[in-house]
Design a protein around this ligand. Structure first.
Ligand code: GLA
Length: 353
């Protein structure tokens, strides 16, 4: 969990934004809700390498990256940075091709904890070999750094990237629209078996609070990302965050699902009439369920106990994770109305005996 500069700010970033964001993450309770990584995405790089061949920041990061990592560490958080596996980044800055060991060493010296390695301008390179080289470069650098693989799902990274990194993008970039959200979600089906502790499918960063969707849509976005055990990287301006957006991002019960220690990603259980049931098994034997209505019309969505692997005669307590309230004890299943473009997020626990 953390924050990344890209979705809201693109390349319009500087060291002040990073410091202010780190402060705001503490003030708003985000850090204590679990958001620990402060990640500077594309746009920090200078126009050329130093005389010795190192990457260096541009003049919007005049104090240097090491002083930023110090500031973030002093606030009890970890620091992440971005580079690209090719000759240039997606936004046209310098890439790392041919400098993997040097750049990994430099990141380690700066005190970086997390590196996102993007895939623009890679010509005919093969993903497996290049990201393997990065993993070796990290090892040689001697500092534990998370490797975020970002080849957008092109070569099915869920099949190989756990050997080189800790998380991998499964799809193209998310945008702050409902249509984009549905497109991304569609790409996540069937990927659950490939994910687990230290090896996460990454459906891309959160758009919550960026203004293009309604609060209900953002709540659905967040519910689904938690169900998917997704890395939760906030992508909004946390310095100027309305209370209702904050309430989504720090919601304790959805976050507890996301961070559940079993680490088992949820998947689509059923889609009918345009409405969807997503479910995820949790460490205590209960299930997280998202009843999702992507359509433009409200309707009823139901989940049955056999769909969760239980006997229809079982009795189970249903809890609404957004209302933070138990809804009752039910046999066979649970059905409820769901508004258009929204989701209900539940935790369902079988009652013993
Ligand atoms: C790609 C990535 C994005 C972002 C930009 C930066 O599009 O997928 O997440 O890092 O590059 O240029």
């Amino acid at each position: 969990m953390g924050w990344n500069s890209w979705n809201r700010f693109q390349t319009n970033i500087d060291e002040r934004l990073v410091r202010e964001t780190a402060d705001a993450m503490i003030e708003t309770g985000m850090r204590d809700a679990g958001y620990r990584y402060v990640v500077v995405d594309d746009g920090w790089e200078g126009a050329r390498r130093t005389a010795s061949g190192d990457l260096a920041p541009n003049d919007r990061f005049a104090s240097g990256i090491a002083s930023l990592t110090d500031a973030v560490h002093a606030r009890g958080m970890r620091f992440g940075i971005y580079t690209d596996a090719g000759t240039g980044t997606c936004a046209g800055f310098l890439g790392s091709l041919g400098f993997e060991f040097r750049d990994a060493r430099r990141f380690a010296e700066w005190g970086v904890d997390y590196v996102k390695v993007d895939w623009c301008n890679t010509g005919g390179l093969g993903t497996h070999a290049v990201y393997w080289k990065w993993s070796q470069a990290f090892r040689a650098a001697g500092r534990p750094m998370l490797l975020s693989v970002c080849e957008w799902g092109r070569t099915s990274p869920w099949r190989w990237a756990a050997r080189v990194g800790h998380l991998w993008r499964t799809c193209w970039d998310i945008q702050d629209t409902w249509v984009s959200l549905l497109g991304v979600l569609d790409r996540q089906r069937g990927l659950a078996p490939f994910s687990g502790p230290d090896r996460w499918n990454d459906p891309d960063m959160l758009e919550v609070g960026n203004g293009g969707m309604s609060l209900e849509e953002y709540r659905a976005h967040f519910s689904l990302w938690c169900l998917l055990a997704a890395p939760l990287m906030a992508g909004n301006d946390v310095r100027a965050m309305p209370e209702d957006v904050r309430d989504i991002l720090v919601a304790p019960e959805p976050i507890a699902v996301d961070q559940d220690p079993l680490g088992r990603q949820g998947d689509l259980v059923r889609a009918d009439g345009g409405r969807e049931v997503w479910a995820r098994e949790l460490a205590d034997g209960s299930c997280a369920v998202v009843l999702f209505d992507p359509s433009d019309a409200a309707g009823e969505v139901a989940v049955s106990w056999p769909e969760l692997g239980w006997d229809a005669r079982d009795r189970a307590v249903v809890r609404d994770l957004w209302q933070r309230a138990d809804l009752g004890t039910f046999a066979e299943g649970y059905a409820t109305g769901v508004a258009a473009h929204s989701a209900r997020m539940l935790r369902i626990a079988r009652v013993e005996g």
